[in-house]
Design a protein around this ligand. Structure first.
Ligand SMILES: Cc1cc2nc3c(=O)[nH]c(=O)nc-3n(C[C@H](O)[C@H](O)[C@H](O)COP(=O)(O)OP(=O)(O)OC[C@H]3O[C@@H](n4cnc5c(N)ncnc54)[C@H](O)[C@@H]3O)c2cc1C
Length: 387
């Protein structure tokens, strides 16, 4: 478990968020530009291996630290936060059972800030059911697999140095629902990238389609054993994925709250000479918004810490926290926009971007609906993956 000085890490991340990420956030959104400078600054500060174990050269941080880091970045730019978050999720999957060779070829450069990785799970065929890949993995020869399929919405797509790709065994007798993950290098011949990402929000993400028409992958790039990824899904992928997104969108919600507070103190009316901060109706509304952010923050911090300390129900708390963050961020940005009046509704306002970014939280897997179904099943003692 992480035993370092988290406050120092957070202070450094705050500097990067203020000095590098914030000044570029409007352009990242407007030009749909992948946030290279923000990610490079995180790497240069030594956070490429934030969640990699210290024995491999990483910082050894857990979910709580990842939540806090993504929250700080997300306050300034949700795209940068998710790009860093997905790199961290990919890193945690590689680190979970890395072979000596994988440590040398992937974890070492990740921890040295020379390598970005990311997660390629989603597919058009199974959509939000990200744990059901249809991409196939078959033995080509003693040294290689053949990987065939198409991945969708790959964050950092086209910019990462490697991709953690999920696939099912091509063998017809392989058990349903069991999948494997392999690392695919960016310069693997015959990878084709779809059109540049042009989303409503999260526009810096480069969430692109990745076509893998029978590409060759060294067998040494298999993560863990063939078919054991359900273990990875619940122990590594989901928890990291959920807090990376939860932290990011909590950051967006906090930022929206600040926008409401700032506008209320700055906006004076000519006919009264007073500002909006004098209106008791608006004071009341602001209080409700603060409470929503604060209780959501407490929930996700607590959930992440429970996971880090190995508490038995931690995964349910982490799942609930991401679903609650999604509700919170959409409500917060909407309400803050109302409190900001016409100025917040203008194109180019920070809220304009945040409203578009916030809408992604419900639909990024594990989605809010699916999480709540899973939480219900867990509470009823039913298997989570029943469909
Ligand atoms: C900005 C962005 C970044 C992303 N980054 C990545 C990434 O880095 N890597 C990656 O692998 N994927 C990524 N994704 C994909 C994402 O996580 C989802 O998997 C994908 O958007 C959902 O797939 P879909 O659009 O086909 O949804 P659909 O499967 O069509 O689902 C539509 C809606 O129906 C609901 N739904 C579907 N089935 C059920 C059910 N059985 N019960 C209840 N509700 C259900 C879903 O919750 C969703 O709200 C990203 C997506 C976005 C938008």
């Amino acid at each position: 478990m992480f035993g370092g000085d988290l406050d120092t890490i957070l202070a450094q991340v705050q500097e990067i968020a203020t000095g590098t990420v914030a000044p570029q956030s409007a352009e990242t959104d407007e030009l749909a530009r992948w946030p290279a400078d923000g990610l490079r600054a995180m790497q240069q500060a030594g956070f490429g291996g934030l969640v990699a174990p210290e024995k491999f050269g990483g910082k050894g941080c857990g979910l709580y630290a990842l939540t806090r880091v993504c929250e700080i970045l997300g306050r300034e730019c949700a795209s940068t936060a998710i790009c860093f978050g997905m790199h961290s999720v990919g890193t945690s999957v590689i680190a979970a059972n890395a072979t000596g060779d994988q440590r040398e070829r992937y974890l070492a450069p990740i921890c040295e800030g020379r390598h970005i990785t990311t997660l390629s799970l989603s597919e058009a065929g199974t959509g939000a059911h990200f744990y059901l890949p249809q991409t196939s993995l078959e033995a080509l020869d003693d040294e290689h697999y053949r990987l065939t399929g198409t991945k969708t919405f790959v964050t950092n797509g086209g910019y990462a140095d490697s991709y953690v790709v999920s696939a099912v065994a091509a063998d017809p007798d392989a058990p349903i629902g069991q999948f494997s993950c392999v690392i695919v290098d960016k310069d693997t011949p015959d990878i084709y990238w779809g059109a540049p990402w042009d989303g409503l929000g999260m526009r810096g993400n480069s969430s692109r389609c990745m076509e893998l028409p029978g590409v060759q992958v060294p067998r040494t790039n298999l993560l863990g054993n063939e078919g054991d990824q359900i273990w990875y899904t619940f122990n590594v992928i989901m928890p990291h994925f959920l807090v990376a997104m939860g932290g990011t969108f909590l950051g967006v919600a906090s930022s929206a709250l600040d926008e409401a507070r700032k506008h209320m103190t700055r906006r004076y009316h000519a006919h009264t000479g007073t500002n909006l901060a004098q209106s008791s109706v608006l004071q009341h509304r602001l209080a409700s918004l603060w409470s929503a952010v604060e209780r959501t923050r407490r929930l996700i911090y607590h959930a992440a810490q429970s996971f880090d300390t190995g508490e038995p129900d931690a995964l349910i708390s982490v799942m609930a926290a991401k679903a609650e963050v999604a509700d919170c961020v959409v409500m917060l940005v909407n309400e803050s926009m109302t409190l900001n009046g016409g100025i917040g509704y203008r194109k180019g306002s920070k809220l304009h971007r945040m409203l578009r970014d916030a809408r992604a939280c419900h639909l990024m897997s594990p989605t809010t609906d699916i999480l709540r179904v899973w939480i219900g099943r867990a509470l009823l003692g039913q298997p989570l993956l029943a469909d």
